[in-house]
Ligand binder design. Structure first.
Ligand SMILES: Cc1ncc(COP(=O)(O)O)c(C=O)c1O
Length: 390
């Protein structure tokens, strides 16, 4: 397969959604946006204070450390140890990232050659496939079993033989599926058996409810022989705009990504790294109120859907609902109907791959009262569209 040119990659669905949102706003229509997963909460005060101090510190104004500031690496190692019982070598098994999206893309670019296969969950966060195409590699989509785990037996041997990287994302965006540590161990074993680099995208490590503690793939004994994991401050700490994340795990994979990045950048802004260090250091204080707010929002919107006659199970993790588009409508027809009739913006399921068609995603990025309004608007629009088709 030859290197895919940018123009051959389909338009980014979130751009298209932005255009529809802007067109509706231009007509003066008020919109309730539950489409994008950008947290609306404030950056925690301890992080803001750190950023103010760092911004004024003359000794921190030079280029950052390529791999990560020592204080960032120390804070992350401490967090992984207290939160997951995982011990890493902060000097060789860790890399600061300017957000996990960019880090995942760079990891794929650094670890694939044209013609390689990257194994991607059938419904997926878009960068997995897009970076694969940019690398000239081939995305192969792994179907889900009914419980949301990956159906690895569905892959044929020739495809697996060409694969170099396999990506897993639990809790999943947009699916909200969670898995056990035993399931993660199955993926580690598969990666080891087939000589793959396993990338676990753990963007929602802290956003879980009802007693469910999200596991890290690095808790699987021996995982760092084949696995790396991305974590981000974006969701756990309301820091999506700060752009700070990290990659931890397999030493060779980290060295390779570090070497790749050294050619194109200077590492991650010191301001962002030290903001991230403050967040990871104080995670035990910062996370509970954020989770409590999302839990209240989740309960409010699920209750509103139930009152409208929709069966919507409450997810045990993430900040999303992943729902069925009413029968007879395409994803975009449904998105447009919602904008027009309810003033509600949701994300069409096809934004997350072909297997996402027929679904849509709602994000808990508005206060509970607004989410209730969004649910009522969605229920009413579905009833209206059913009546139209009679
Ligand atoms: C599964 C998943 N991975 C990665 C990201 C990107 O996070 P970051 O802000 O760290 O780039 C997101 C953001 O929505 C996500 O849902």
């Amino acid at each position: 397969m030859s290197r895919t040119s940018l123009s051959a990659i389909p338009p980014y669905v979130f751009y298209e959604l932005d255009a529809r949102r802007a067109a509706a706003r231009a007509t003066g229509q008020p919109l309730l946006d539950v489409g994008i997963g950008s947290p609306d909460g404030p950056i925690p005060p301890v992080v803001v204070e750190t950023m103010q101090r760092v911004a004024a510190d003359r000794s921190l104004s030079g280029y950052p450390y390529f791999q990560g500031h020592p204080l960032f690496r120390e804070a992350v190692a401490g967090y992984l140890h207290t939160r997951f019982g995982v011990t890493i070598d902060p000097a060789g098994e860790l890399l600061a990232l300017a957000g996990s999206k960019e880090g995942i893309a760079e990891l794929i670019l650094a670890h694939t050659n044209p013609g390689d296969v990257v194994l991607i969950p059938a419904v997926y966060y878009p960068v997995y496939a897009r970076a694969t195409l940019l690398a000239g590699a081939e995305p192969v989509y792994v179907p889900f079993l009914p419980d949301g785990c990956l159906d690895l037996d569905a892959l044929d041997a020739a495809t697996v033989a060409r694969a170099t990287v396999m990506i897993v994302n639990y809790p999943g965006n947009p699916t909200t599926t969670s898995v056990s540590l035993d399931e993660l161990a199955r993926y580690v074993a598969f990666a080891e058996r087939h000589g793959l680099l396993l990338l676990s995208d753990l963007a929602y490590s802290e956003l879980s409810y009802d007693g469910y503690a999200v596991p890290s793939v690095l808790q699987v004994p021996g995982a760092s022989r084949v696995a790396v994991e991305t974590h981000t401050c974006s969701k756990s700490f309301n820091m999506a705009g700060v752009r700070i994340a990290f990659l931890a795990g397999n030493r060779e994979a980290i060295a390779r990504l570090d070497a790749y990045r050294a050619n194109i950048g200077y590492g991650v802004s010191t301001l962002a790294q030290l903001a991230g260090a403050a967040a990871f250091t104080h995670h035990a204080q910062i996370v509970p109120p954020i989770v409590a707010e999302y839990r209240a929002r989740r309960d409010a919107i699920v209750t509103a859907f139930t009152a409208g006659g929709w069966h919507v199970p409450a997810p045990t993790a993430t900040m999303y609902l992943w729902l069925d588009v009413p029968p007879g409508l395409s994803d975009w027809q449904w998105v447009d109907a919602l904008i027009e009739h309810a003033g509600v913006v949701v994300t069409p399921g096809m934004a997350f791959g072909d297997a996402g068609r027929g679904k849509f995603r709602v994000s808990f990025v508005q206060p509970a009262e607004q989410l209730v309004r969004a649910a009522e608007g969605i229920v009413a629009t579905a009833a209206w569209s059913t009546a139209q088709r009679r």
